[in-house]
Design a protein around this ligand. Structure first.
Ligand SMILES: [Mg+2]
Length: 174
């Protein structure tokens, strides 16, 4: 619990460095929020998140930033059970969890329809570069995570998000 609050405080400090924030932060599940494929686990198990994940989620919630899930897991029931057991299920305004051959472009279209948030106001974290490639082409700032979402990835994400706004503003003025 102590670590969780420490991470949350650090995440709040990082978020506080940025003037413009995304309206929606979208997370993959497997190997982004938790260190396993939930399809290979039993619903009876007690899952664990990556060490920084919960602190980051709570910091974003504190700042009033909406959150969503985009997962290609084929086991919706296990994913939802785990989110519930972890006490974070209600934190997400959209939960798109279904297997798909598209690299999450369909997930993001659904999230956009559900929330009304434009793609360029979203920030996305995922551990697979094919998802990052496809979703960033839609205009979403997308960050590849190597070892789960952590404070470094959060800082990188907010930096890239700010830079993408800057370049959009520049092209608009031309
Ligand atoms: Mg993944």
């Amino acid at each position: 619990m102590g670590d969780e609050n420490k991470v949350k405080d650090e995440a709040l400090q990082i978020i506080g460095l940025f003037e413009t924030l995304p309206r929606l932060v979208v997370f993959d599940l497997d190997y982004t929020l938790w260190p396993f494929y939930c399809e290979s686990r039993s619903k009876r198990e007690m899952p664990q998140l990556y060490p920084h994940a919960k602190g980051i989620l709570y910091a974003l919630k504190d700042k009033g930033i909406d959150m969503a899930i985009a997962s290609r897991s084929p086991t919706l029931d296990i994913a939802k059970t785990f989110l519930d057991k972890l006490g974070i299920k209600s934190m997400f305004v959209a939960q798109e969890i279904f297997s798909s051959w598209t690299h999450k472009t369909e997930h993001f279209q659904r999230i956009h329809r559900r929330t009304g948030v434009p793609f360029n106001s979203m920030l996305f974290f995922d551990d697979e570069d094919r998802n990052i490639d496809a979703v960033s082409k839609m205009g979403v700032t997308s960050i590849l995570v190597g070892n789960g979402v952590n404070l470094g990835a959060l800082r990188q994400g907010l930096t890239n998000f700010t830079q993408s706004l800057g370049s959009a503003g520049t092209s608009k003025r031309k």
